[in-house]
Ligand binder design. Sequence first.
Ligand code: AN7
Length: 411
Amino acid sequence: MTEEYKVECIKCGARFSKEDVVYTCRKCGGLLDIKYDYSEIDVKRVVKAKGEGVWKYRVLLPFAEETKPVTINEGNTPLYRCDRLAKSGGVDDLWVKHEGLNPSGSFKDRGMTVGVTKAVELDVKGVACASTGNTSASLAIFAAKAGIPCYVMLPKGKVALGKVAQAMMHGAKVFSLRGNFDDALRIVRVLCEEEKLYLLNSVNPYRLEGQKTIAFEVAEKLGWKAPDRVILPVGNAGNISAIFKGFLELKTLGITDSIPKMTGIQAAGARPIVNAFEDGKAEITPEDKPETIASAIRIGNPVNAAKALFAIRDSDGVAESVTDDEITESQLELARLEGIGVEPASAASIAGLKKLVTLGEIDRDEKIVCITTGHLLKDPERVIKICEAPKEVDADVDVVRKMMKGHGLKM
Ligand code: AN7
């Protein structure tokens, strides 16, 4: 691990100490980043690291050697080669990294193992977050593991069933706010400042340190090479910023020699980053009433927009939006062509791939990695809505056989 690091504002360069509980710059309000002295990092300890998952890359994580992580074996998710889906999408070399196979069912576990380990180091009295669902589920689990009180703020009636069930089951105090995610985040940020709770939304730079390990795993699986492009859904815009940082670190250390084109996909009803990208602006205009079936990314005021826009532009990537119908179609295709079950937000990455191929933005021969961020079982109610209902039938062999014949069974 690397005890020598700085917490630095990306806008004005102000620095804060490791003991400081700070989320955005106290001088200018800018986002914070964890900075290492890369000349001090032993490259062999990255490429020859033993173990699995997030803590395998501990040499690039901000902790002392003796720190004991709060871990439930997060990371080490599969990277599938998807030839059937590639054919349908009109590309030749397509891979899907299924982050839905993390312990809680989403990529958030990578950030939470690091964030909650930091919370223990700081000896906080409790942790808190606002969430469209997955963040709260993951935080509840790591807080339970660490034995720390956990408070989560969810937009009332807007969170998929599986995610709420997780937060409740693992013992978080769950608050259902009459408002949207952006309202919940605004409120929890004030409460964390005033009540000295530790905020674990992705504005917390330690979260992103864990999430950048997605890049390390992808590059390692590809023989320490970066793909040409990484495509992922964007909500609060932490993950795209984190993955970009991971690839940047590998290049800085001379482990890889390129950065993938970071390609962020939003839903058509919640696309502030896409608007800013298309308008050439450095800042977003928040959307008051974000709406999409992909409830995980129903976010109108993404807190990490500045980092994400930089990542997209600096890597020569692109931001695009997709409709709810395109999301549903891709969710079904992933499930039926590749056996990969994802929640709607995750399918946005595939829907985005298809749209960008059609628009001529993506070349057929690119090596592409799509990140599917959350598991199908997170949102069981929606699955039941979009699939054909089970066929009710008498418990009789001949009656069942007859019905099966009516549904394609060949004699
Ligand atoms: C499945 O749980 O914001 O762009 O509060 O659950 O890093 O925000 C979830 C986000 C993509 C977007 N896919 O990631 C929350 C929350 C899934 C997600 C995103 C989320 P960011």
